[in-house]
Design a binder for this molecule. Structure first.
Ligand code: BGC
Length: 253
């Protein structure tokens, strides 16, 4: 029955979280382990934490790991909100070595892509038809785009230029906190961002996620755009669930 369970780890700007996942239901099994993201978040320091989480869980099977970065064939290519040493790091090889596994037993993918995979699989069935764009609002803004349920990996729509600014520098959830914006003030920025994005990619559906989606009622109703907007149903665990699915089923490159 191991194929219906996988282990997922979600590396974020503030925390690294991991859990065993039931891949038939999209639910965590047992405890979720969380350790603060080390600062600086160098590949070696992060690999130590990942190894510790897998050890705490006592898991010896394949592992899926997300990074807040473009990840192609296991190699990280960007580092907007993590240490710059990640650029050009073969994360697949690094984690496989640290976890004592073969590279085939470690799946690396972008964090928003992982969250999107989980939503497509376990969330609102409407997301499986046409063009769906999931956006995660956290330390930065992540994006995952699907056509009829198939992922176009590594879209980086958090870095679209909006009114002369990198979008995530104005509309990430961390900006709301740092600039002490009220929900209506921040919702205006998210509204502007989504309006620009919908004119570029014409999605049929937006899914908004990230920790701030827990308080969705305070800002989602203020978004008055053409495209329907729904709230991610797996919220904070979507990255873990998507990573666990990737560990067992592989990734679309
Ligand atoms: C990164 C993306 C990531 C997103 C959310 C952005 O700054 O460029 O790769 O998905 O943050 O973590």
């Amino acid at each position: 029955m191991t194929a219906t369970r996988g282990f997922g780890i979600d590396i974020g700007g503030s925390g690294i979280k991991g859990a065993l996942v039931d891949l038939e239901r999209g639910e965590l099994i047992g405890e979720r382990h969380r350790i603060d993201t080390p600062q600086p978040s160098t590949p070696d320091a992060v690999a130590d934490v990942v190894a510790e989480i897998v050890r705490m869980a006592g898991w010896d099977g394949p592992v899926g790991v997300t990074l807040p970065a473009v990840v192609k064939k296991g190699v990280a290519h960007t580092a907007a909100n993590i240490d710059h040493k990640w650029i050009a790091t073969d994360a697949d090889a690094l984690f496989a070595k640290r976890l004592g596994r073969g590279v085939e037993d470690v799946a690396m993918l972008n964090d928003a892509d992982a969250a999107g995979m989980a939503e497509i699989r376990f969330g609102d069935p409407a997301a499986r038809t046409g063009v769906t764009a999931l956006l995660t609002f956290g330390t930065g803004i992540g994006s995952a785009v699907f056509h009829d349920g198939h992922l176009v990996p590594n879209t980086e729509f958090g870095h679209v230029e909006v009114d002369g600014h990198d979008a995530e520098k104005r509309a990430a959830a961390s900006v709301k906190d740092n600039e002490e914006l009220t929900y209506p003030q921040w919702a205006k920025r998210v509204h502007r961002y989504l309006s620009v994005l919908e004119n570029l990619i014409w999605p049929d559906l937006f899914i908004v996620g990230g920790g701030v989606s827990k308080k969705a009622e305070k800002w989602v109703p203020l978004l008055d755009i053409r495209t329907p907007v729904i709230v991610a149903s797996l919220q904070n665990n979507a990255g873990i669930v998507g990573a666990a699915a990737a560990a067992v089923e592989g990734i679309e490159h």
